[in-house]
Write a protein that binds this ligand. Structure first.
Ligand code: NZQ
Ligand code: ZN
Length: 393
């Protein structure tokens, strides 16, 4: 195991009806004037926004509002948010929504105290100051409610880029699984795919002797394999929703990834798809992640066998381990297909003709990138091609 620090300071406020306590937590963490940031309307329709407003009022906290965050959140709204927060002397950002709303809130939080263009902080410059951020989560997916990351799309040039800092870890996150019951099945499945991908990015590692995190990863993955079909069949299954929601947080606050090298190429390769086609991040991952697995599995066949046997229940073929590894990848793709995810370019609405442009934007040039397997631009091209033509066996 490698040396590590683990810092996850967020207070998770989990369970039914907990959004009504939001005001008291804002108070606890020092907010006096809040920006409520939200998306395209689901929080309005569900009545959640009213609950949050009432809770802030009850705690004597002033607030302003900025809605309209789109999935794959855009820089243009972040600029508006920064301006509003500065003009109104707001001191606390409250995201009410999913990963996109939370990431937009985080961008505003680091943009306000920054002197230059906030996009610098998504182009390699490290954030040094941030307003406090908190969340009321409405979808189990990105893990942004516990992560120190934010991903924003620059409209001009369709560039999707991320930043990371412990400053971005939310002070608190309200997590009521019942709030996710209004999600369309497709969004539930997109979120589930993202959660599984966050674990796989960590699971496929060259670090040896990491039994504890291997087993934690497998616990999250097995939970998803059991619970996702249950919520697709019965969207009101609170207990299954609760397990998935907590899985989404531990999948990405790094508790399952400490002390081990991580990969993250599938995420980078996917981000170019959601930037170009504005598809859901999870849907893009459903197309990319199994293709990435098919391209890299020979690097460590036994690790793929471990996934196949422990997560997807495949039988181990000791005479031909490669066949077991491939059976595991097939089982993963079949699982994604069965929960309603696209598994190739056509189903995603992507065009194979764009592959050279996608690779160009991914921007490795002559270098190599990634943890488990270091990929060149030619390798990434190959993965997009496998993804384009994938079929469910
Ligand atoms: O905008 P509204 O009306 O709220 O609708 C949203 C949106 O259309 C809807 N939705 C959310 N909660 C709902 C609901 N509809 C009904 N009932 C509810 N309870 O779902 C749609 C998708 O929401 P979004 O926030 O985009 O989903 P998600 O949480 O998957 O976030 C995706 C974004 O997070 C980034 C992705 O790249 C993408 O931009 N990521 C952020 C990460 C991070 N910050 O750590 C890591 C991830 O790997 C990921 O890259
Ligand atoms: Zn993700």
């Amino acid at each position: 195991m490698e040396n590590f620090n683990f810092y996850s300071p967020t207070e998770f406020v989990f369970g039914k009806g907990r959004a009504a306590e939001t005001g008291s937590y804002v108070k606890k963490y020092g907010g006096s004037k809040v920006l409520i940031h939200f998306g395209g309307g689901s929080a309005v329709r569900s009545g959640l926004l009213d609950t949050v407003r009432a809770s802030l009022e009850e705690s004597g906290i002033e607030y302003r509002e900025l809605g309209g965050v789109q999935p794959n959140p855009r820089d243009t709204l972040v600029y508006k948010g920064i301006e509003l927060v500065r003009a109104e002397k707001i001191d606390f950002i409250l995201a009410v929504g999913g990963g996109s709303v939370i990431d937009s809130a985080k961008a505003i939080a680091i943009g306000v105290p920054y002197d230059g263009d906030f996009w610098d902080l998504y182009s390699g410059k490290h954030p040094e100051k941030a307003l406090p951020v908190a969340t009321v989560l409405t979808i189990a997916a990105a893990g942004s409610e516990g992560s120190g990351n934010s991903v924003i799309t620059k409209e001009d040039g369709k560039l999707k880029r991320g930043t990371g800092s412990d400053l971005l870890r939310p002070r608190f996150s309200v997590m009521d699984p019942a709030l996710t019951q209004s999600l369309p099945a497709y969004q539930t499945a997109c979120g589930a795919t993202d959660i599984m991908a966050h674990v796989f990015e960590r699971y496929f590692t060259n670090t040896r002797e990491v039994e504890i995190t291997d087993r934690l990863c497998e616990a999250v993955l097995c939970t998803m394999v059991r619970e996702v079909p249950r919520v697709i069949a019965d969207p009101d299954n609170y207990e299954a929703r609760a397990n998935i929601m907590w899985a989404g947080t531990v999948a990405h606050n790094n508790v399952v990834g400490v002390g081990r090298e991580q990969d993250w190429n599938s995420h980078g390769i996917e981000h170019e798809l959601s930037a170009l086609y504005d598809c859901a991040h999870g849907a893009g991952l459903a197309v990319i992640m199994p293709a990435w697995m098919e391209f890299v599995y020979k690097h460590d066949v036994m690790r793929f066998c471990q996934m196949a046997t422990r997560v997807f229940g495949c039988a181990m073929n000791f005479d031909d381990p490669e066949s077991t590894a491939l059976a595991g990848i097939r089982a993963f793709r079949r699982f994604l297909h069965d929960i309603g995810m696209p598994i190739n370019f056509a189903e995603l609405g992507a065009d194979p003709k764009d592959i050279p442009a996608l690779v160009e934007k991914f921007g490795i040039g002559d270098g190599r990138t990634g943890g488990f397997v270091k990929l060149s631009a030619a390798d990434v091209t190959e993965i997009y091609k496998i993804a384009a033509a994938a079929v469910c066996e």
